[in-house]
Design a protein around this ligand. Structure first.
Ligand SMILES: [Zn+2]
Length: 138
């Protein structure tokens, strides 16, 4: 998983040197240089190079948005494939944690490793419409 940075420490209307960005966010200067190569806009007509706080905030907001994904109705996050996968054979086991919550356990359709997804018990009928669900005892 990509690292999270305390981007709220950055002020929108301030210009930062790469060293100041690294200090504020707790990363290395090389990380800030890498961001500038990846699309962070910088003021580079003279040294020291500067990054505007607003640009930094936008750059990070786009990176966070790019990492978001939706599981959809019956998707599971496979931690081996690092993507959303459907359960093998459209089958899953429901393991209740209490009366209201539990988790679905299934095998990945691509790598056949175990995947889990937490669900509310009241939402089980949504899953059972599309998956064959075996309910385990508590
Ligand atoms: Zn997988």
């Amino acid at each position: 998983m990509a690292r999270r940075y305390p981007i709220r420490k950055i002020k929108s209307h301030r210009a930062y040197t790469f060293e100041e960005v690294a200090d504020e966010l707790g990363c290395s200067i090389q990380t800030v240089r890498t961001w500038s190569k990846q699309g962070l806009s910088i003021i580079d007509d003279k040294k020291p190079y500067l990054a505007l706080g607003g640009d930094l905030k936008n750059f990070h907001a786009e990176r966070v948005a790019a990492r978001k994904f939706s599981l959809g109705d019956t998707g599971f996050l496979c931690t081996s494939c690092k993507t959303v996968r459907q359960p093998l054979g459209a089958m899953a086991d429901y393991i209740p944690l209490n009366d209201r919550r539990g988790y679905l356990e299934a095998l990945c359709c691509a790598c056949e490793r175990r995947m889990c997804r937490f669900v509310q018990a009241r939402d089980l009928n949504v899953f059972s419409a599309k998956l064959e669900i075996a309910v385990s005892a508590k």
